[in-house]
Design a protein around this ligand. Structure first.
Ligand code: NDP
Length: 313
């Protein structure tokens, strides 16, 4: 294990394999060198740094990397696939938790729930009522990345009686209107919810042009990865009134959040907590361990990422 993760991972693995905890080693490079001939699997987390070719080269017996999280932009999957190393992630078990948080963040941003809480705690209510907020009523919601979590968000939002549309690289067999470009979706909507994967293919997908198309009443909600949004363009759009507000769970350089973003009154900022309930993080942890156990017992991991699925016998 490269980093401290939920205890359920080590507990589930313990009867099956020997677990080495890299972060406990006083000299990590020396520990990796000493253990290299015996390490066949790595458990890592999207929350802790990159796993790349340097680690793969240091571990010549490595067969599998089990990553904690459904997004795996922290793992160099191309380098893994080139070396015949399987990469697994944790899809599915967090969809409902992340979708719940996404809807909560959307409502918090539109109705300014954290700002109202601060207003009350600051003792300002006796002076005057909290200012009226914008509304979700009548809004058109655009989902960028209608995958497992995007669909779970759409199902929840249907109960709010709002119009839903989506953008992705391909049209899907769903009833929501499809937009082949993100600018087209942004122009047709006044809420944009980002739920596509991070990584090089989606870097700065949300740029100044998309924010301008979203418009002065527009709300951006990003629960995917910070790399998808041009943060400098977002700060400028929020400060100038090009868009109305933003609710963010993820940032380009976590855990550092630009001071400009935090200084704006029209942002709701969460510290990457979308899957962060104890129950869901344990479900993710069990899937990390079960992938490793399944691989070593049967040669078939449970949830390989698509890029290494062809390596599975
Ligand atoms: P899925 O793979 O099920 O869905 C991803 C969607 O994104 C697909 O509909 C895909 O459609 C679309 N997509 C992929 N590439 C692009 C692109 N270049 N442009 C536009 N759309 C694209 O993933 P999940 O729903 O399971 O997870 C989505 C992401 O959410 C994860 O990758 C992760 O980074 C993030 N996440 C964040 C969490 C947090 O704590 N904040 C927690 C969990 C997930 P198509 O193939 O048609 O393009």
């Amino acid at each position: 294990m490269t980093a401290p993760m939920r205890p359920v991972i080590g507990d589930t693995l313990a009867p099956h394999v020997t677990v080495h905890r890299l972060w406990e080693a006083p000299d990590q490079p020396a520990t990796i060198r000493a253990l290299a001939p015996r390490i066949r699997g790595v458990a890592t987390s999207t929350l802790f740094g990159r796993v790349d070719a340097a680690l793969f080269d240091a571990l010549p017996q490595l067969e599998i990397v089990a990553s904690f999280g459904v997004g795996y932009d922290n793992v160099d999957v191309a380098a893994a696939a080139a070396r015949g190393i399987i990469v697994t992630h944790t899809p599915g078990v967090l969809d409902d938790e992340v979708a719940d948080l996404t809807v909560g963040l959307l409502l918090a941003t539109i109705r300014r729930i954290p700002q109202a809480d601060r207003y009350l705690r600051d003792g300002r209510w006796p002076e005057a009522n909290f200012p009226l907020s914008p509304t979700l009523r009548g809004r058109r919601i655009g989902i960028v990345g209608l995958g497992r979590i995007g669909k779970a968000v759409a199902r929840r939002l249907a109960a709010f009686d709002v119009a839903i549309a989506y953008h992705g690289r391909s049209r899907q067999p769903v009833d929501y209107p499809y937009f082949p470009t993100i600018v087209g979706l942004a122009a047709a909507c006044d809420v944009l919810i980002i739920l596509a994967p991070g990584g090089d293919g989606t870097r700065h997908l949300v740029d100044a042009a998309v924010l301008a198309a979203l418009g002065a009443d527009g709300i951006l909600v990003n629960v995917a990865r910070g790399s998808l949004v041009d943060e400098a363009a977002l700060v400028a759009a929020l400060a100038s009134g090009t868009i109305l507000a933003a609710g963010l769970d993820v940032y380009a350089d976590e855990p550092r959040v630009p001071a400009d973003l935090a200084a704006l009154p029209n942002t709701v900022l969460l510290p990457h907590i979308a899957s962060g309930s104890a129950a869901t993080r344990d479900a993710m942890g069990r899937l990390v361990a079960d992938n490793l156990i399944a691989w070593f017992k049967t040669g078939r991991p449970l949830t390989s990422v698509p890029e290494t699925a062809r390596l599975v016998r």
